[in-house]
Design a protein around this ligand. Sequence first.
Ligand SMILES: C[S@@+](CC[C@H](N)C(=O)[O-])C[C@H]1O[C@@H](n2cnc3c(N)ncnc32)[C@H](O)[C@@H]1O
Length: 226
Amino acid sequence: MSSPSPLEGDKVPSHILALLARLHAESLQQEASIARADYDANVIHGNMKDKFIALEPEKCHFVYQLARAINAKYIVEAGTSYGVSTIYLALAVAANCRTTGGVGKVIGTEHEGAKAEKARAYWEECGDIVKDVVELREGDLRETLKEGLGTVDLLLLDIWTPMALPTLKLVQPKLRPGAVVITDNTIGSAAGYQELLEYMQAPGSGFTNLTLPYNKGLEMSVYSPN
Ligand SMILES: C[S@@+](CC[C@H](N)C(=O)[O-])C[C@H]1O[C@@H](n2cnc3c(N)ncnc32)[C@H](O)[C@@H]1O
């Protein structure tokens, strides 16, 4: 028998669980009709303008559980889309602050204005527990993440592959020792992630890396600089 989700264990309000179930279902339904060619780096921006491409539920549950385990209170997410994974991150940060005190934050990033607006509406629907934790930086993350970051416990890279390494390089100076970087689809999109993976796997990079056997792969990297 499998365990209930960690969100249920943490008594997340039922209206949030229902919203997440609805948004995941919508995202998975959309994805079923997206062709592989639509993910090509030359067309992906246009073709995914109105698509969720949300992190799958089981990966979201893992990231939530991980954020709880490392007591993450400052998380950066690239990118946010309609804000599904952001909800999990915000709930984990809120739970960590409840347990061990302090104030937490999730920095979301999204360059599609219509997606950002919808994401804000979903967070509003969740209520203060989510809304109060999230700071959405609207625009190209290569600009919006340049300044004003605190010490980062967790970085979620759920972004078009060419953006992954530039994002990591922007955020890396703010990663605390022991910070975790999660990168989605590192098996399914291995070619696109080649530069990022070579960078993180290089001797002396400061990262240790493990590919988790989720659908299309999920890379978990721990930052331990010398
Ligand atoms: C895979 S989706 C994120 C899904 C989200 N994490 C979730 O689980 O709901 C990637 C998002 O990154 C956004 N994006 C791509 N390049 C970006 C950039 N340079 N700056 C900000 N956002 C970007 C896209 O518009 C897209 O919505």
